[in-house]
Design a protein around this ligand. Structure first.
Ligand code: HXC
Length: 257
């Protein structure tokens, strides 16, 4: 499929999606959502892909939902049209997704980054939920995922004032896993994705599922869930291979079996 708003590449076992609406600082519109869902579905079904990186441009990861598209919508339009409802699918992707963020990650752009499994930021990254300045509130998880990531105080500060935070503040707050110089951003994200893609697929997917479970259930249920997944991995050949390789002092050759 030819994409109008994305550039899609495969580099070995890593799928790379570059948001590509430079004229609008990668503002998210319905075409972009449709195309992103399409490529993530196709990466999910593609056994040769073990991890995905989503990135934008040096100036903007994404400056939010497209305000020019939204301005004339009324309640019935957005409610009956389930406006932006399909974004849940991004977070539901089973394969790991890294957000490589440079420049603005605002509103829906910050929320898209937070739907990914972790965020690697360039030192120029700026995060914020400025919806309040438009007379609305975050609608793709900003009041929920941001609060879980950075806690109530900073989430309230950001969502109620609409201010931006820089990469250093975002890292201190726990939103971002690493900060790298702008020119290193894609190399760093691709190295991380490639490392993940070479590991045993079942253990990677289960690790992601187990961490995500921690946001949904009590500690005792989460621990039970984790232990069952942990135990189930002993049914895989990759567990044998990983442990035998360690004992034999060699690198494991995982077969995803
Ligand atoms: C549509 C956008 C846009 C957006 C930028 N552009 N953000 N178009 N939707 N979200 C367009 C501008 O109109 C302009 O096009 C071009 O991109 C460059 O932007 P400038 O403003 O000229 O750039 P700059 O002065 O560098 O300022 C960058 C910026 C600013 C600080 C990021 O663009 C900005 O504040 N953007 C809006 C950020 C925002 O409020 N996001 C939240 C959206 S609501 P033209 O053609 O005019 O030159 C949201 C809700 C999600 O995300 C959940 C909904 C359910």
């Amino acid at each position: 499929m030819d994409y109008e708003t994305l550039i899609v590449e495969k580099r070995e076992a890593v799928g790379i999606v570059t948001l590509n609406r430079p004229q609008a600082l990668n503002a998210l519109n319905s075409t972009l959502l449709k195309e992103l869902r399409h490529i993530l579905t196709s990466f999910s079904a593609d056994d040769s892909i073990g991890a995905v990186v989503i990135t934008g441009s040096p100036k903007a990861f994404a400056a939010g939902a497209d305000i020019k598209d939204m301005q004339s919508l009324d309640f019935v339009d957005v409610y009956l049209g389930d406006f932006l409802g399909g974004w849940d699918e991004v977070a539901a992707s089973r394969k790991p997704i890294i957000a490589a963020v440079s420049g603005f990650a605002l509103g829906g752009g910050c929320e898209l980054a937070m739907m990914c499994d972790f965020i690697i930021a360039s030192d120029s990254a700026k995060f914020g939920q400025p919806e309040i300045t438009l007379g609305i509130i975050p609608g793709m998880g900003g009041s929920q995922r941001l609060t879980r990531a950075v806690g109530k105080a900073k989430a309230m500060d950001l969502v109620l004032t609409g201010r931006m935070m820089d990469a250093a503040e975002a890292e201190r707050a726990g939103l971002v896993s690493r900060i790298v110089p702008q020119e290193r951003l894609m190399d760093e994200a691709l190295e991380a994705a490639s490392t993940i893609a070479k590991l045993s697929r079942a253990s990677v997917l289960m690790a992601k599922e187990s961490i995500n479970r921690s946001f949904e259930v009590s500690l005792s249920e989460g621990l039970r869930f984790e232990r069952r997944l942990f135990q189930s991995l002993f049914a895989t050949q990759d567990q044998k291979e990983g442990m035998v390789a360690f004992v034999e002092k060699r690198k494991p050759a995982f077969q995803n079996r």
